[in-house]
Design a protein around this ligand. Structure first.
Ligand code: NAD
Length: 485
């Protein structure tokens, strides 16, 4: 697909076919590295979503009835051999550095492999309820799963939830972010080629308030996975409530990296810089707050600001350290936070480096002199902006770590394992990383608490999002009267 992207108009992917929006409307897709339009896509609405959900419902039995091992084999097929093509397409669509896009696509292959292997291991249980009865549970697909995906890691976020959904025997309907729909469409072709007969995977492109809302509000879906911002999460939960549709929410974060004075500061500086600048700070678990023991504050700030200032910025295809932000609007929002930080009295540790002339670039900013009450210390900025706050002891560190309404990731850096595990057990976070920021992988559950959402993805636990339990109780032998439960 990548060779044919430029200038093309791409439709939805419904029932194995490419179809235009019912009312023929389209949206422009741009390359954030230049601001140039690279393609047009369908702009779907409620009627298009209804078409996709109906098609998914009509095909849902096919995957449910397929032999589980066969389902797994189909799921694992295809992406590995075309990884470079997908990485280049992702870079075009998001502006992210090619190396980063390659590693995200590698992660997608890992999701597909991992859940492919789980497809024939979705065991129920037998439940001992006494003589005269045989009771057991069967884990079944929910039917049609819906997935509303953000723009920051489009294919990765898609595969993270779609892989367990398909492995569980569901048909899926995906609404990609309107800014970055291209890899989802290419992936649909791949899934269709792997699964026979077709019709298990559908894509409706469109704006959040139109196609996204219609999908969340649709009565025909059995579960919904929403990955995105808190305000949208609230809107999605409200829309899904009408039909009591279960929702997996994977929302934003303001994740701290807590650094104690005994840590290897040189190693930590590298991790802190990667934590807040990877993907230009546009990861939900970006380590965007540095909490550092006061005695090493100045030394660590110097190391971090120096490394951040040495990062290269450029178009993703040139594989710099940092690409652009996703859009002019988002760049403006992040720049607004930088202005707000200065206005509130925070200090920029070192002047940011110059940025390329075209595209939505913003150089990393390290703020010192930050107080917990400042907006830049509490709100998700979703750009390469770090706020640094000093602490005096463990209690102070935990208090600062918990001083936002989010609770996604927390990094802890110390050579003292007792302290590491103590703090890991105290902070409000769904995902704690000791001495390795962004540590983990497909096999370990990921998710948040508080405003970061309630969902858990990755790992075997994620399969529960897409399965329901049927209990069967069978009388064995003559009827035995029993007391009510
Ligand atoms: P967003 O909430 O603006 O959009 C996410 C998706 O929701 C898009 O597909 C959008 O079109 C759709 N949408 C928008 N309005 C809608 C509505 N009213 N009804 C239904 N759908 C609607 O988020 P974004 O700006 O694309 O992504 C950035 C956010 O996502 C950040 O807050 C980030 O932290 C979060 N995120 C979280 C995780 C996680 O795992 N916790 C992962 C990636 C991103």
């Amino acid at each position: 697909m990548s060779a044919a992207v430029t200038g093309a108009v791409h439709g939805h992917h419904i029932a194995g076919a490419t179809v235009a929006a019912r009312d023929r409307r389209t949206l422009a897709v741009e390359d954030p590295s230049t601001g140039d339009t690279v393609a047009h896509v369908a702009r779907g609405g409620a009627a298009d979503v209804d078409d996709a959900v109906r098609a998914a419902r009509a095909s849902a039995h096919r995957l449910r009835d397929a032999a589980p091992a066969e389902r797994g084999r189909a799921l694992a097929a295809g992406l590995d051999g075309r990884a470079e093509e997908f990485a280049r397409l992702e870079t075009l669509d998001t502006g992210k550095p090619l190396s980063l896009a390659r590693s995200e696509v590698e992660g997608c292959v890992a999701y597909l492999d991992y859940y492919a292997g789980a497809a024939d291991k979705l065991h129920g249980e037998t439940v001992p309820i006494g003589p005269g009865s045989l009771a057991g549970t069967v884990r079944e697909p929910v039917g049609v799963t819906a997935h509303i995906v953000p723009w920051n890691a489009p294919l990765s976020m898609l595969c993270r939830s779609v892989a367990p959904a398909l492995a569980g025997g569901n048909a899926a309907v995906v609404k990609p972010a309107e800014q970055t729909p291209l890899t989802a469409l290419a992936f649909a072709e791949l899934v269709e080629a792997a699964f026979h007969p077709d019709g298990t995977f559908h894509i409706v492109i469109g704006l959040g308030a139109e196609a996204g809302h219609a999908l969340a509000a649709h009565p025909g879906i059995g579960s919904l996975t929403f990955t995105g911002s808190v305000p949208t999460g609230r809107a999605v939960l409200r829309a899904a409530a009408e039909h009591i549709t279960p929702v997996v929410t994977e929302l934003g974060g303001k994740s701290p990296q807590i650094v104690f004075a005994d840590a290897d500061l040189d190693d930590v500086a590298g991790q802190v810089v990667t934590g807040f600048t990877a993907n230009s700070g546009q990861y939900c678990d970006a380590g965007s707050r540095l909490l550092v023991e006061r005695t090493v504050h100045d030394e660590l700030v110097e190391l971090v600001a120096g490394r951040a200032a040495a990062l290269t910025l450029g178009p993703g295809r040139d594989d710099p350290d940092l690409g652009p932000l996703v859009s002019a609007g988002h760049r403006g929002r992040v720049a607004g936070y930088v202005e707000a930080g200065r206005a509130e009295g925070a200090v920029v540790a070192r002047d940011p480096q110059p940025v390329p002339g075209r595209g939505h670039f913003l150089a990393p900013v390290v703020f010192t002199g930050v107080t917990p009450a400042m907006r830049i210390a509490r709100e998700e900025i979703f750009g390469p902006v770090l706020t640094v706050l000093p602490f005096d002891d463990e209690d102070h560190a935990v208090g600062l770590a918990d001083a936002t309404d989010y609770g996604l990731g927390t990094g802890i850096h110390t050579r003292d394992i007792d302290r590491a595990l103590r703090v890991a057990g105290r902070v409000r976070a769904g995902y704690v990383m000791v001495n390795e920021y962004f540590g983990g992988g497909v096999a370990v559950p990921f998710g948040g608490t508080g405003l970061s959402g309630t969902g858990r993805e990755r790992g075997l636990v994620a399969l529960d999002n897409y399965l329901t339990t049927r209990t069967v109780v069978t009388r064995v032998g003559p009827h035995r009267p029993r007391s009510a439960p």
